[in-house]
Design a protein around this ligand. Structure first.
Ligand code: CP
Ligand code: NVA
Length: 329
């Protein structure tokens, strides 16, 4: 498998074999790391990390992966660079490509990361846009594979805002790799029709199924994975909180819903999660709307079935695999 020189912008651009290769490469790199086997084969190389939105996992994953590979990394934060204010994306791409072997970008519209890739002669990696979060998908699939030994035929139910980066990307990866994907939410929050149709085509080839379901009890029945994400994403206005809490509360992941899934089912969340009142926003919403949690109860989040921290660790191993594969050994 040769992915050298490729950008990593959305999994739509990758075949099932290529995606499975990246997941397996991540498992190999994870094994090496656990055994203390050095893999610093990119000594002398450097990567740039552009973050126009904040991050804990993605930033740390790129920085630790780069360090393990022997590379340097430079973090450009949401306020500390000229990008978009004094310098265009096209100019930024050409400047950074002259100094770095790869560029990560997290920000707003997908068209921005595409523009960056168009003008960059080195690989560009999407660290999250409004539309997609492809590096998260590799971590999620690695986590599911570690739990069940396989991906094909597993039923993944995504609860909540299914029309944003996480819902879109999970539908794409499930369709490509042969999982049964269910988006469980109200009609307003279903993924857009064009993307559903595109994924139906991938599903024909892989044996996956795609279902849009409004009833949580029906959706969660016999699930292998129940997945959710925050109800309001980065960059969305504060005004939408009230409406989202009202409309998406029926899709909160509870113990009752988990009990409808298979006994072996796991709970996943890309994180960060609002499962208690120990965050500034969580406490503010509790005060305004009298709630204790949002997309998942603390009980489920802290349960044995919850694999969210294994999933978070896998961000690093999978991002490392993307760097290794696209820069080429
Ligand atoms: N899951 C995820 O992308 O987390 P961060 O926002 O912390 O990077
Ligand atoms: N949908 C979330 C994902 C965070 C990893 C957001 O865009 O904020």
């Amino acid at each position: 498998m040769n992915l050298k020189g490729r950008d990593f912008l959305t999994l739509k651009d990758f075949t099932p074999d290529e995606i499975n290769y990246l997941i397996d490469l991540a498992a190999e790199l994870k094994d090496k790391k656990k055994k203390g086997i050095p893999h610093d084969m990119f000594r002398g190389k450097n990567i740039a990390l552009i973050f126009e939105k904040t991050s804990t996992r993605t930033r740390c994953a790129f920085e630790v992966a780069a360090s393990d590979l022997g590379m340097g990394s430079t973090y450009l934060d949401p306020t500390g660079s000229q990008i978009g204010k004094k310098e265009s994306i096209a100019d930024t791409a050409r400047v950074l490509a002259g100094m770095f072997e790869g560029i990560e970008y997290r920000g707003f519209g997908q068209e921005i990361v595409e523009e960056l890739a168009k003008y960059s002669k080195v690989p560009v990696w999407n660290g999250l846009t409004n539309e997609y979060h492809p590096t998260q998908m590799l971590a999620d699939m690695l986590t599911i594979k570690e739990q069940f030994g396989e991906l094909k035929g597993k039923k993944l139910v995504y609860m909540g805002d299914a029309r944003y980066n996480m819902g879109n990307s999970l539908m794409i990866v499930c369709a490509k790799l042969g999982l049964d994907f269910v988006a469980c939410t109200t009609k307003e929050y279903f993924p857009n029709e064009a993307l559903v149709n595109e994924c139906q085509e991938y599903a024909k080839a892989s044996g996956a199924t795609i279902t849009l379901e409004e009833n949580p009890q029906v959706a969660c029945k016999d699930a292998d994975v129940i997945y959710t994400d925050v109800w309001v994403s980065m960059g969305e206005p504060d005004e939408v909180w009230e409406k989202r809490i009202k409309e998406l509360s029926p899709y909160k992941v509870t113990k009752e819903l988990m009990s409808l899934a298979k006994p072996s089912a796991i709970f996943l969340h890309c994180l960060p999660a609002f499962h208690d009142l120990k965050t500034k926003i969580g406490a503010e919403m509790a005060e305004r709307f009298g709630i204790q949690d949002m997309e998942v109860t603390d009980e489920v989040f802290e349960s044995e079935q919850s694999k969210v921290f294994e999933e978070a660790e896998n961000r690093m191993h999978t991002i490392k695999a993307v760097i290794v594969a696209t820069l080429g050994e």
